[in-house]
Write a protein that binds this ligand. Structure first.
Ligand code: SF4
Length: 280
């Protein structure tokens, strides 16, 4: 008699599929684009949570359910957080400790021309965190995030959501102004972003909104252009994350404001927010 352990590969596969069928997991996806490239990477997650249209009056629970039930869409593959990022979690961490650790940072070349480090500002217990790219001229002068023209527009967006700036937390991927407002280089992002990860870990928001491609690409570990995944929900370390256009882009392209507002309405639905009543 054959040993019960002497299964053929086909029998093993059938048993494995039956097991997952019992768990009600009926579909499997293998992304062939990443096959053969995963020698040292953690599992790849597919950001299939295409956000549902914000139903008027929908509860956060209904929105979450809709996210879960939305079928996978053709979206970019996003890698899970790396082991190196995982060790950025510091026992007993606080925003004050992170700022202290940062000190008068000279870890990357962006320190050379900066005036002030722009650490971040807002509610340390915020349910909503906005992450931008890096400080601009006004931010560099004042040491505060989003205080220039784009910052004013961000404030309007926050208030349109029924919140005040003090209710949310606002920070950037890099904390020093890149010269001539250029995009931060990969090595600068890699050097500075661990402090951002620690900030997000300490605050523990319900939602993160990435403003612009650099913030979204940094947190989602993708090089895909933001236009490919803007307005979709992703999981970032058990927090819902959505990318939308940067307010500076909206200043140059006002017609994109309606798209951003749709994105923010999805965030409002998730957080159970309603826009303030206006008297007309
Ligand atoms: S951008 Fe970040 S890592 Fe670079 S010098 Fe400034 S604080 Fe330090």
């Amino acid at each position: 008699m054959d040993s019960p352990l002497a299964e053929t590969p086909r029998e093993k596969l059938e048993a494995w599929l039956r097991y997952y069928d019992d768990l009600n997991l009926g579909e499997f996806f293998v992304d062939r684009r990443i096959m053969g490239k995963r020698s040292v990477e953690l599992p790849v997650v597919r950001p299939q949570q295409t956000a549902p249209a914000a139903a008027p009056g929908a509860t956060p629970a209904a929105a979450t359910s809709a996210i879960r039930n939305t079928p996978p869409a053709a979206l970019p593959v996003v890698q899970a957080a790396s082991l190196f990022e995982a060790i950025d979690r510091v026992e007993g961490d606080t925003l004050e400790l992170i700022r202290e650790n940062l000190g008068e940072c000279t870890r990357c070349r962006l320190h050379e021309q900066r005036n002030k480090i722009v650490f971040g500002a807002g509610n340390a217990r915020a349910e909503l965190v906005f992450v931008g790219e890096g400080p601009g001229h006004d931010e560099d002068v004042q040491g505060l995030p989003f205080v220039g023209r784009a910052g004013k527009l961000l404030t309007q967006m926050i208030e349109a959501m029924g919140l005040a700036r003090e209710d949310v937390y606002i920070c950037n991927v890099v904390k020093c102004r890149p010269p001539e407002n250029r995009k931060p280089e990969d090595d600068e992002v890699a050097t500075c972003s661990p402090y951002l990860y620690r900030q997000l870990e300490v605050i523990g928001p319900k939602a993160i909104v990435c403003l612009g491609g650099v913030a979204a690409q940094t947190l989602l570990k993708t090089k895909d252009p933001i236009s490919r995944f803007r307005g979709n929900w992703f999981d970032f370390r058990n927090t819902k994350l959505l990318a939308t256009y940067h307010p500076a882009y909206l200043l140059r392209n006002p017609s994109a404001k309606s798209e951003v507002w749709k994105d923010l309405q999805k965030v409002m639905t998730l957080l159970g927010l309603r826009p303030p009543k206006t008297s007309r």
